[in-house]
Design a protein around this ligand. Structure first.
Ligand code: BJ8
Length: 425
């Protein structure tokens, strides 16, 4: 880190000893996994810097924004519309984390058979190690899977600023009405928090800012269709992870810069893996920072990940919001239309997701699909079986894995994934 941020962390109420321990694990892990890669695009230097300052400079920026009167909103789901936060002069940051922490304490509040993503959110709060969580003026929890919605009932006792957003589980006329009323309620809550009334101009500008961020990621994704792949799955995942907490305009510019570089690499036929290396599409649960286990195993086995059908990936960023409306009502409808297309496994039935997996496998010229399910995640594990059957029927080799955030199953996963990749060669 460029400065000593200990007094900032103390002011935020972090447990310095626990926080040191967390950074002591994350720093070397990042070095061993990320910096050990060969032929990385130079533009990844920005993302390395962001990672080195993830609890430093970025937090300082957010606290400076707060001093200037801006509010920080934290969230756990891609259904929380960033456009509404930005239009009311607030900053939205993602709070999901991909590491176990304070597990013993967590399991006093949650059943052991809760997914790692939910447990880790509790662990970061109980362990007092997340400066994003502690900086947030509002924390949005959303009623998606049963695990999350019941966990928020307990989480409410740990934080004093939890706002729960209800979400439909069926895509019907009634479902859309529910989403609309919840987005209007959220808009009113954000306006009350910030004291800023959203205008047609501020909403249009916010839609454009978020669209630009998504469009940059779409451009990056499209470049991953090339063979040889110009960027590793590990690096692309990092970009998708940073999407959730970086300054939007700076993020967009940094992704565009990498894309310029990748375009040149493609012309020169320069890849991070040799041409014809097996190409993998990952599909399933979100992979939050620092959950790099799966891409690490896949890519050290000589295959390359070319796409993520995930909320930290294409499910979260697919589709732009129509910015042609002139009134707040028109633009709110456009926002609802855009988010209503997110095909999370909490929806029943959810045929769009399978269609998108098939579409992505074809577009990215995948040789195989790995379905990534977190243990105890009913929605994605349930869907993984029909997804596997449907893909296999169409001749797409598919491997279903069920894992958590620990490193204990590394050996076993490695064996299964290597055998799968071997079969693709
Ligand atoms: S829109 S995927 S970000 S809910 S892994 S907590 S589903 S038991 S994260 Fe998600 Fe929104 Fe859907 Fe995306 Fe539950 Fe499964 Fe845990 Fe999960």
């Amino acid at each position: 880190m460029t400065e000593d941020y200990r007094s900032m962390w103390t002011d935020l109420g972090l447990n310095l000893e626990a926080h040191d321990a967390l950074l002591g694990v994350l720093g070397p892990a990042y070095q061993n996994i990320y910096l050990a890669q060969k032929d990385r695009p130079e533009g990844m230097g920005y993302f390395d810097f962001v990672m080195s300052e993830v609890h430093g400079l970025r937090i300082k920026e957010l606290l400076d924004e707060k001093k200037a009167g801006r509010k920080i909103i934290g969230c756990y789901c891609v259904f929380v519309p960033e456009e509404i936060a930005l239009a009311a002069n607030a900053t939205l940051v993602g709070l999901c984390s991909g590491a176990d922490f304070a597990t013993e304490e967590v399991e006093k509040l949650l059943p052991r058979n809760t997914c790692a993503l939910i447990k880790s959110s509790f662990g970061f709060k109980l362990g007092k190690v997340c400066p994003y969580l502690e900086s947030a003026d509002m924390i949005v929890g959303e009623n998606t899977c049963d695990g999350k919605k019941k966990a928020y009932e307990t989480f409410k006792g740990l934080v004093d600023n939890l706002y729960v957003m209800d979400l439909p589980q069926v895509k019907s006329e009634q479902g859309r009405i529910l989403l609309k009323s919840e987005y209007l309620r959220f808009k009113a809550a954000v306006e009350a928090l910030t004291g800023v009334q959203i205008t047609a101009d501020s909403l249009k500008q916010a839609i454009r800012t978020v669209n630009a961020k998504r469009a940059a990621v779409h451009r990056l994704s499209a470049l991953r269709k090339a063979d040889p792949a110009p960027i590793s799955g590990l690096d692309a995942l990092l970009v998708n992870q940073v999407f959730f907490y970086d300054n939007p305009a700076r993020f967009t510019a940094s992704v565009e810069k990498i894309c310029d570089e990748l375009e040149k690499r493609i012309v020169e036929s320069k890849g991070v893996f040799p041409k014809k290396a097996p190409r993998i599409l990952v599909s399933g649960c979100p992979q939050a920072v620092p959950n790099w286990k799966l891409p690490l195993i896949v890519e050290t086995a000589g295959a390359v990940i070319v796409g993520e059908e995930s909320c930290v990936g294409e499910r979260g960023t697919r589709n732009l919001t129509d910015d042609s409306g002139n009134t707040i009502e028109e633009m709110m409808e456009a926002i609802i239309d855009r988010y209503y297309q997110v095909d999370c496994a909490i929806f029943t039935p959810n045929p769009d997701r399978l269609a998108h997996i098939e579409e992505m496998a074809a577009a990215y010229k995948a040789d195989g699909v790995i379905h990534y399910g977190l243990q105890f995640c009913q929605p994605y594990l349930m869907e993984s079986i029909p997804v596997e059957k449907a893909l296999e029927q169409k001749g797409m080799p598919t491997l279903r894995i069920e894992t958590d955030y620990s490193m204990e199953d590394m050996g076993q996963l490695k064996t299964r994934i290597e055998a799968f990749i071997e079969q693709l060669r």
